[in-house]
Design a protein around this ligand. Sequence first.
Ligand code: GTR
Length: 429
Amino acid sequence: MKLLNLQNAIYKLIIVASIVWVLPVDAEPASEKSGWQADLQQVEIWKTKRRAGINYEESQVPKYQLPDSLKTIDGKSIKTAKEWKAHRPMLLKTFREHVYGVRPSTKYQVDYKEVGKRENAFGIGATARQIRATISARGKTHSFDFVIVIPKSASSESPVPVIVQINNRYLIPLDKAVDKFDPFWPVEKIIRSGYATVAFHTSDVDPDKRDGYKKGIRAMLEDPDSDQNARWGSLSAWGWGASRVLDFTIKQPEIDPKRTAVVGHSRGGKTALWAAAEDERFKVAYSNNSGCGGAALSRRAYGETVDRITGNFPHWFCKRFKTYGGRENELPIDQHQLIGLIAPRAVYVVSADKDLWADPRGEYTSLIGAAPIYDLFGIKHIKNTNMPALDSPRHVGATGYHIRRGVHNLTEQDWGYFLDFSKGYFQAN
Ligand code: GTR
């Protein structure tokens, strides 16, 4: 009998040991080894029917060398987290001056006023409020609204994480946020996950129009003596708006200021990354289908290029960025370093397999390109250079990625994967 027990114990030990050996903590399941590849039919559709005159072939990606994440702009090696921190302001400045623009230092004041309130939202005791932020500077004012929803479980003794959405489609006013389900900002789903959430509409901060400058926050705060080629574009202005929303949000006693995420899709996804680079109070950045000027590497020139984006949307970036169209190799930085500016905080990047315009492989490669920064800080992150398969989220430590089957969009499925990731991340951090 005793001998049998001993044999059983040895068998169990062998099984457990072999599982541990086969599956080290960060290992990717074997099924993911194949990885995502662009569907050839899609490549053809994009080339011939959607946006022609642009590269969607992996074999046609120009030869490029990414700037080394562990080198300063003037070429010195960075060996420690401390050296990285000392270098970060210079990197941030380079992104400001060459891509997104410098925010003016004009003094301003912000007042917040509640303009609507709903108790017991969704029948689960959540409180929803619409707040109007009014910015005043040099005798002028500019207002924009945002909606904030806080779950019943939140209190000053037990504050909850918050997800701030930069909504590039529309303002979802209070009543709609509570009464109508919208997969783009699924408030009830977020609240039921135990988080508070806030959203504002980009154009309310700065119009999303090439001739909208005069009506937005950029004109109101402009510094006439600043370098014309480095003035902030709308993406930066929207990110600034996200920070003003955060100022209010983290003052609410039910919100935990150390567990904050910023989320955006497409132009909103580009903004979410830049907002988190500029404002370190955002602890997680989620960028959905952000493409060129977002997570995708500019040097790959696959799908939307610097030339196309700055031609179609000249108001998004600083003027200097446009000059890199067709000479991306001369950019002093590339987008993996934008992810690097957010590290060692969390970054979640999302692609969609029919969205070749946003260059899924370029978005994934950029996330992986920030790996050396996470290593410096000893923070776990995705290392696998092979992309995961469709609809197979890869979540490792402070980084997350998935490529969803389907078109350019932010869907409930995307939110589901992201909420899973945040749950783990916020519990551990
Ligand atoms: C596209 C644009 C992208 C992306 C998107 C969006 O047309 O080329 O850069 O930002 O719009 O915001 O929906």
